[in-house]
Design a protein around this ligand. Structure first.
Ligand SMILES: CCCCCCC/C=C/C(=O)SCCNC(=O)CCNC(=O)[C@H](O)C(C)(C)COP(=O)(O)OP(=O)(O)OC[C@H]1O[C@@H](n2cnc3c(N)ncnc32)[C@H](O)[C@@H]1OP(=O)(O)O
Ligand SMILES: Cc1cc2nc3c(=O)[nH]c(=O)nc-3n(C[C@H](O)[C@H](O)[C@H](O)COP(=O)(O)OP(=O)(O)OC[C@H]3O[C@@H](n4cnc5c(N)ncnc54)[C@H](O)[C@@H]3O)c2cc1C
Length: 664
């Protein structure tokens, strides 16, 4: 067989649902679909946005090329008068980490959330027109997770009405801020506020880093790049920086003062706005990261699914066609839960965006009541979705066998670019511990306070603790109420058990630290309740298109029953399920895989990913894998010559036994 073109045509004919309608369901609405389709094609058809050769470029070339892409994109935004939403999509489809991510996703949101009206009036127009370029400098060499442990100081000088920004130790050097090493003119620097020798907590300050005329660092600022990061290409398009401040003076009005103010006299004024709002930018970005998880996972799944339909191994001893690897039950049991997870994360991401928009409106109206819930949801779902996506991308690499390890499969770079999402914007374990605090508080208040929002199911604590699952056949698992109840019961029981064990400790903080591994598991169980319930809520909505809802239902059961199977230890240990019921869930899962199988290619086509975005020979829409792999091998610059540089110098002397006289 020359290529797999015929296989994908046949595969597409098997679909039992309307693919165009599924594309709309995936995008969220027809308008959203048309918008992203238009921008995806704009990027795919523009040679400046080519990215296939990216992993072969050296760091400086890679970075310069990235600057060129950003400049070209900005020109398009202006020339085509693209809206902010279209510009965001443009950045997504260009698919290259760059300083603009920090400008639009952190610098501007930080000013919007933590700035006063006056500060917003001054800085936002400049930033939105790219007349200043900003980054987010929070993490230091010595502290990232522990924000209260940051060491950079901002000392008020009443003589000059300025803050003096200073890095007192090596470990206080800002370390990681993206866009900072070479590009940004300004940064929001998080520092310990010191007034009259007194420490008043960590706050954000707008600090100018570079001269706007000649781009040189301002006096007192030492700045550079922190060095190469994991993988070729990948996150190395970004200039993550190190900054050291030596008594840098900034005007007093460059402290972000919505949460607290410093007066001309150097007095600290705490407003009614809770201190936690200082962490508000992270809530926004975590929500965005959840939305992006389904994009990354769906890319890997699309590549692995198409390739699994093209690839054949074993099964024929008489010259007939071999078996498509997608037909192996083991391949299906590894691939289809990831396909279902991509859809699950898409829908929970959509819901979280709604939740965030609601919280943002409330915060603007000084209603802070839902902030703790938003923090717990964004932290927990960020942790759940990024961990599952990073693991899922790696699983997709293995699902593609040896070819998955080739850079031209598109998977290595996707993985290398994606994995830091498990660490940035809050290490995933640290984030789950935040959920744990929220859960412990909720459980401890159950006797007198009704839980709300995503913990509302715990109102039925008595029933969830006492009643057991009633499933008797594999068929009975096909009931959303039954499935959701199982997840709610397991989560409630795990949280209550943690609460009871915590109560035995005299010192609650000691207890929390001692039980933290169990608390992380209970938090994950709670977050899984959210994802599963939001999928069910999606299915309760009207979903047009022949067969679309039915297929989404199948994916829902695959997602939920796969999780149930994976975590059956929890379900059994908490006593909600019997071993027989867990085994019936697994039987049902096998039946579900056979329902996904004929639709698998159409389900990944519904992501509407362009070949440009996938940048993968294995995941090509036409399935023409082998000829293109062969062609790409000989197009690799390393194959420019049959005799590689160094052969004459180092190999031939060895072959001729002349190494003793060779010049090495
Ligand atoms: C998609 C675009 C991508 C753009 C590129 C992204 C590049 C990456 C950028 C970055 O990584 S920027 C740096 C990100 N850094 C972090 O995420 C640091 C993680 N650490 C923290 O968030 C916090 O320090 C902590 C772990 C939450 C602990 O903070 P602290 O010690 O002050 O708090 P606690 O005592 O635990 O909690 C106090 C209180 O505050 C509540 N809370 C904590 N965080 C938030 C929040 N974000 N929003 C609202 N509330 C928050 C917490 O629940 C406690 O509440 P109570 O229990 O007291 O009611
Ligand atoms: C690609 C990339 C881009 C980044 N961009 C930026 C940026 O633009 N701006 C910025 O300010 N920062 C940025 N960061 C930094 C990032 O936010 C931090 O690395 C992240 O918050 C984790 O902090 P840390 O590095 O201090 O990890 P640490 O906290 O040192 O984590 C090390 C280990 O300790 C564990 N651990 C830590 N605390 C606890 C605890 N309380 N309980 C249990 N376990 C714990 C963690 O789980 C982890 O296993 C970036 C990082 C990366 C990788």
């Amino acid at each position: 067989m020359e290529g797999g073109v015929d296989y994908l045509i046949d595969e597409r004919k098997k679909a039992q649902f309307d693919v165009e309608a599924m594309k709309v369901a995936w995008a969220g609405s027809r308008q959203a679909f048309e918008l992203s389709d238009r921008i995806a094609k704009l990027v795919a058809n523009d040679p400046i946005f080519e990215k296939f050769s990216r992993p072969m470029l050296g760091r400086k070339e890679l970075f310069k090329n990235s600057l060129r892409k950003v400049a070209h994109a900005w020109k398009l935004i202006i020339d085509l008068r693209l809206s902010e939403e279209e510009a965001k999509l443009l950045r997504h489809y260009i698919d290259e980490p760059a300083y603009t991510d920090l400008q639009w996703e952190m610098f501007i949101p930080a000013i919007e959330g933590q700035g006063t009206e006056e500060q917003k009036r001054k800085w936002l127009p400049l930033a939105r027109k790219m007349q200043v370029i900003g980054s987010y400098a929070q993490t230091e060499l010595g502290h990232g997770s522990n924000v209260q442990g940051l060491e950079t100081t901002a000392t008020f000088d009443p003589q000059t009405d300025e803050f003096v920004i200073h890095s007192p130790t090596l470990t206080s050097s800002k370390w990681w801020p993206g866009g900072t090493a070479k590009v940004s003119t300004h940064a929001i620097v998080y520092a310990r506020l010191i007034l009259d020798g007194q420490f008043h907590g960590v706050h954000g300050f707008i600090v100018q880093l570079r001269n706007l005329e000649n781009h040189t660092p301002l006096p007192g600022i030492t700045v550079g790049d922190i060095g190469m990061k994991f993988g070729n290409g990948a996150y190395n398009t970004m200039d993550n920086g190190v900054i050291r401040f030596n008594h840098v003076h900034i005007p007093r009005n460059q402290m972000l003062m919505r949460v607290s103010q410093v007066t001309r006299e150097g007095k600290f004024v705490q407003s009614d706005v809770p201190r936690q709002l200082l962490y508000g930018t992270m809530v926004y970005v975590r929500q965005k990261i959840v939305a992006d998880a389904s994009k990354a996972l769906s890319r890997a799944v699309c590549i692995a699914t198409r390739y699994s339909a093209v690839r054949r191994q074993f099964g024929s001893r008489n010259g007939g066609p071999e078996i498509q690897v997608i037909d192996y039950k083991t391949q299906q049991s590894r691939l289809f839960p990831l396909l279902a997870s991509a859809y699950a994360f898409r829908f929970v991401g959509e819901w979280l965006k709604w939740l965030y928009t609601d919280v943002k409106q409330r915060l603007e109206a000084n209603d802070f009541s839902t902030l703790p819930e938003a923090h717990a949801c964004t932290a927990g779902l960020k942790s759940l979705t990024t961990s599952a996506t990073a693991d899922g991308i790696e699983e997709c690499r293995k699902l593609c066998g040896g070819h998955g390890y080739l850079v031209s499969s598109g998977i290595p770079e996707l993985f290398a670019t994606y994995v830091p999402a498990c660490t940035f914007e809050g290490d995933n374990v640290v984030m789950m511990l935040q959920v744990a605090r929220f859960l412990v508080k909720t459980v401890s208040e159950l006797g007198y306070k009704q839980p709300v929002g995503t913990t509302a199911y715990m109102r039925r604590v008595t029933a969830l603790m006492q009643s057991n699952c009633a499933v008797r056949t594999a068929e009975e698992w096909l009931n959303p109420g039954v499935v959701v109840e199982a997840f709610e019961a397991r989560s409630t029981r795990m949280a209550v058990a943690c609460g009871q064990r915590l109560a035995k400790f005299e010192n609650p903080e000691e207890g929390f630290a001692e039980l933290s591994a169990d608390l992380v598991e209970a938090s994950l169980a709670h977050c899984q309740v959210i994802v599963v319930s939001k999928f069910v809520e999606k299915l309760q909505q009207e979903i047009p298109g022949k067969g679309v809802k039915r297929l989404l239902e199948v994916l829902f059961y695959v997602y939920a029953l796969f999780l149930l199977h994976k975590h059956q230890g929890d379900f059994l240990a908490t006593g909600y399920l019997t071993p027989k019921q867990a085994s019936l869930a697994n039987d049902q899962l096998r039946i579900l895989y056979s329902k996904v199988r004929p639709n698998a290619i159409a389900l990944v086509d519904s992501f509407n990913h362009t070949d440009h975005l996938l940048s993968s020979i294995l995941g090509r829409y036409d399935g023409n894998v082998y000829p293109k792999l062969y062609e790409a091998a000989f197009n690799d610059p390393f194959n420019d010559s049959d005799i590689a540089d160094g052969i004459h110098q180092y190999v031939q002397p060895m072959l001729r036994q002349e190494l003793h006289s060779a010049k090495l």
